[in-house]
Each structure stands twice: as structure tokens, then as C-alpha cells.
Design a protein around this ligand. Structure first.
Ligand code: C2E
Ligand code: CA
Ligand code: CA
Ligand code: CA
Length: 280
């Protein structure tokens, strides 16, 4: 008998069954973690490039899991996106980050202009109440809105252009800034980017890695910086690990940098100490 077509449906595929069970278990586990308040936020400094002065931080989610220990986002954000749980999780990160950084503004003299960048996933953009969620997080924390940067990925921009443009305008009316994350990994062209109300381009680490030994990467980084300048946006280079990368990027005119060279992500207390030291 021929296998395939309709016949194939009758074949029991244990791997499909296993995948479905694992997905359901992951969802339950995520829900439990959210209910038990196990998700925390760490912060990675963003610095002014020539000087290295800390000017802001990026909020990054972590899961303080009772048996698995401290879990990084690569192993739960994709599941949270698939199950839709990224919506409450993302709102939690937003609230915590605005609240903690607003605390630094009032507790650390000189640090009242430190910015906080928060990642938003495409799934959060599909929620009709995203703008209300952001408005509430700003109001509850008392943070000044222009110090909040919402990071969205380039692929999100390509998704549903008209709806995204409307939402971005609404967000910007709240006073927050918009950054395009992982820039260079998608397909946006100059004319395309002009349609979006954005403030900052974050150049993906992939372009930064080989910048000092691969002339193609250097040319690409230069092109991205040129794009940012043409659109009058500030630029952030991600994943800077070596001093010669900092040197080269700052010569190219990149505004800000982020990476292990300056600091790894740290707890709110650890990074508050760095902020204190930077503005002492
Ligand atoms: P991302 O937004 O591109 O964040 C930067 C990632 O690069 C972080 O990883 C950071 O720790 C890492 N990184 C920074 N500097 C360096 C460096 O010099 N070298 C290397 N090798 N890595 C560096 P992390 O914290 O594991 O986050 C991974 C991704 O998970 C993030 O990438 C972001 O896409 C996602 N993510 C994290 N938190 C959230 C969140 O609250 N919401 C959403 N939607 N996504 C999040
Ligand atoms: Ca980011
Ligand atoms: Ca990024
Ligand atoms: Ca990245």
C-alpha cells in the first residue's frame, strides 16, 4: 500500500506526541514560575562610546528556578512567545525595570538621567492594550518617560507594517523612545526604515564580532552607522568585548556601546553600585 497523502495521518508519530506533551509541560511550568514570582530582571550597562561613561542599562529577564537555578532567556523566551505567556512576563519585566531604575534616579545623586531599555516581543505588539500597559508602568513607577527605551526587533517591523506604525506612534506619544534591536540581521532598507518612528538603531553583535579582523564586517558596520546617521538616529553597538572594537566603533561615529568589555549583566543591586560609582 502507498504511504503518504491521507494515509500518513493514521500513522502514530511518537515524536509529535512527545513534542506536544513537552510544550504543555513547558507552559504549565512557565505559568507556575510566573505565579510564584520567580522571574527577575538583571541589567547590563550601556555606555557612551568615546568616554565609556554609563548612560543607561538594558533590562534582561532571568528565571530564578527552584531546581534549575538561574535560567537565561534563550531557554524560556521562545516558549513564552509560543504560548502567549510573554504578554504577562513582558509586562512584569516592564514594571520591575521602570520601578527599579526610577529608584536609582531618586536614590543616586547625579544619576537622574540614566536610561532603561526594555525588550518587547512581537507577540506583545499584537495585544490591543500594549499602550495602556506601558502607560500604567510609567505612571506607577513615576519614571520620566523619555528615559525609557522600548527595544523591538527588525523582524517585528516587517510583520504588519501599518498596525506597527500606528502603535509606535502611540507609544512615542507617551514620551518613550524606540530602538530597533538586532539591526542588520533583517532586511530593512533605508526607504523602509523611514516609515517608522524610531530613535535608536542597535547594531547586532554579529557585525561587531569580526569588525577588527574582517574588512567585510567593518564595511557592513560602517554602512549601518551611515544608515543611522542618514536617518538622524543614535546608534548602539552590541556585544563589544575588546578595546580595539570600542576604538574602531567610536572612530566610525557609533554613539553608544554595550558588551562584556564594559560590564556583564548584573543584579539590580550590583548595577546600582556601578551607577553610583559612575556618578560619584
Ligand atoms: P538581546 O536583546 O540582543 O540582548 C543582548 C544579549 O547579549 C544579552 O543576552 C546579553 O547578556 C548578551 N551580551 C551582551 N554583551 C555581550 C558580549 O559582549 N558578548 C556576548 N557573548 N554576549 C553579550 P541574554 O540576557 O541572554 O538575552 C538574550 C536575548 O533574550 C535578548 O537578546 C533578548 O532578545 C531576549 N530577552 C531577554 N530579556 C527579555 C525580555 O524581558 N523580553 C523579551 N521579549 N526578550 C528578552
Ligand atoms: Ca535587546
Ligand atoms: Ca540585541
Ligand atoms: Ca542580539
Amino acid at each position: 500500500a502507498k504511504l503518504g497523502g491521507r494515509d500518513r495521518i493514521a500513522v502514530f508519530d511518537p515524536s509529535m506526541y512527545t513534542a506536544a506533551v513537552m510544550e504543555a509541560e513547558a507552559r504549565t511550568e512557565l505559568e507556575r514560575g510566573l505565579g510564584a514570582d520567580e522571574f527577575t530582571v538583571v541589567y547590563q550597562p550601556i555606555v557612551d562610546l568615546p568616554s565609556g561613561l554609563l548612560i543607561g542599562v538594558e533590562a534582561l529577564a532571568r528565571w530564578q528556578h527552584p531546581t534549575r537555578g538561574l535560567v537565561g532567556p534563550d531557554s524560556f523566551i521562545p516558549q513564552a512567545e509560543r504560548t502567549g505567556l510573554i504578554v504577562p512576563l513582558g509586562a512584569h519585566v516592564l514594571r520591575v525595570a521602570c520601578h527599579e531604575v526610577a529608584g536609582w534616579h531618586s536614590a543616586i545623586p547625579g544619576a537622574e538621567n540614566v536610561r532603561v531599555s526594555i525588550n518587547l516581543s512581537a507577540r506583545q505588539f499584537q495585544e490591543p492594550d500594549l499602550v495602556d500597559t506601558v502607560r500604567a508602568a510609567l505612571a506607577d513607577s513615576g519614571i520620566r518617560p523619555h528615559l525609557v527605551v522600548l527595544e523591538i526587533t527588525e523582524s517585528l517591523l516587517m510583520h504588519d507594517v501599518d498596525a506597527t506604525v500606528v502603535t509606535l506612534h502611540e507609544l512615542r506619544e507617551l514620551g518613550v523612545q524606540i530602538a530597533v534591536d538586532d539591526f542588520g540581521t533583517g532586511y530593512s532598507s533605508l526607504s523602509y526604515l523611514r516609515r517608522f518612528p524610531i530613535d535608536i538603531l542597535k547594531i547586532d553583535k554579529a557585525f561587531i564580532d569580526g569588525i577588527t579582523d574582517d574588512s567585510d564586517d567593518a564595511t557592513l558596520a560602517e554602512a549601518v552607522v551611515g544608515l543611522g546617521k542618514a536617518l538622524r538616529l543614535s546608534t548602539v553597538a552590541e556585544g563589544i568585548e575588546h578595546a580595539d572594537q570600542q576604538e574602531m566603533l567610536s572612530q566610525l561615529g557609533v554613539t553608544y556601546g554595550q558588551g562584556y568589555l564594559f560590564a556583564r549583566p548584573g543584579s539590580a543591586d550590583e548595577i546600582a553600585e556601578m551607577v553610583r560609582a559612575a556618578y560619584r
